[in-house]
Write a protein that binds this ligand. Sequence first.
Ligand SMILES: NC(=O)c1ccc[n+]([C@@H]2O[C@H](COP(=O)([O-])OP(=O)(O)OC[C@H]3O[C@@H](n4cnc5c(N)ncnc54)[C@H](O)[C@@H]3O)[C@@H](O)[C@H]2O)c1
Length: 270
Amino acid sequence: MRVLVTGAAGSVGRTLVAGLAAAGHEVVGLDLLPDPAGATTWHVADCTDADAVHEAVGAQPLDAVVHLAGDPGETSLPEALSGHVVSTGALLDAMLAHGVGRMVYASSNHAVGRHPRAELTDGVLTVDVRVRPDTFYGVGKVAAESLLSLYADRYGLDVLACRIGSFEEHPTTVRHLSTWLSPDDCIRMVHACLVAPAPGYAVLHGISANTRAWWDLEPGRRLGYEPADDAEDYAADVERREADDAEGAVVGGPTTFGDLERPALDRLPS
Ligand SMILES: NC(=O)c1ccc[n+]([C@@H]2O[C@H](COP(=O)([O-])OP(=O)(O)OC[C@H]3O[C@@H](n4cnc5c(N)ncnc54)[C@H](O)[C@@H]3O)[C@@H](O)[C@H]2O)c1
């Protein structure tokens, strides 16, 4: 398949550009930044700029878009809405205009980050819990998922929201032993999302087959995502910290503790 990867210069993007190409896909990159490897067909563009996105999506025939672009950290509410929702809307409109039928979206556990594990049935996080963002970043991901749902219903697009846990080379905290997504499993997950027959609107958890996982992997498996890595292989190297129990007690971990709290809108002093 020919696939446009947005945010292609980022940490997930660099992994997917190489990994999807190795899996036989023809990859086109898009980012605010130039191609770090200099080896891929590439568009330097801002995903919040509808004209630039329209041009980049229409520059070559595409089978799918993998939308990763966006700041993975906490921002102001307007920045979160622009970076995650406006960008997604611009891409969806461009896909409709150019006949591209599928988007794989990098959503996040922070869309449901405020769920305490102790309140979940059998302590397992399913993909159908109510949205419960832990940050403005999480609010952005919730709203982007809503937009995907709207475009799936209204226009019949196939859209898959991967609620990614912790994408890291190796797990480095006790929380990661549950939430880790290995680079190879990230490639397996996105490949499965690209080739799953007629998924419609789907949500899955983006984590590896971690022994300590408590986020349901079945929605991904039903789509053909069979994770192969396990954070437990690195458990002996992970240093224990005082914050581990608190981080492990809630889906979003450290981002739920309050030090990211700020007003939704910064006002000028009166
Ligand atoms: N890394 C994780 O553990 C994790 C977990 C959950 C979700 N995610 C999501 O996965 C995606 C990728 O995360 P990452 O860790 O690779 O982040 P990253 O910061 O390493 O990469 C993001 C890339 O997007 C680009 N970008 C940002 N805004 C853009 C715009 N408006 N137009 C074009 N390019 C833009 C940046 O230049 C950067 O190259 C993000 O959407 C993030 O929210 C990541």
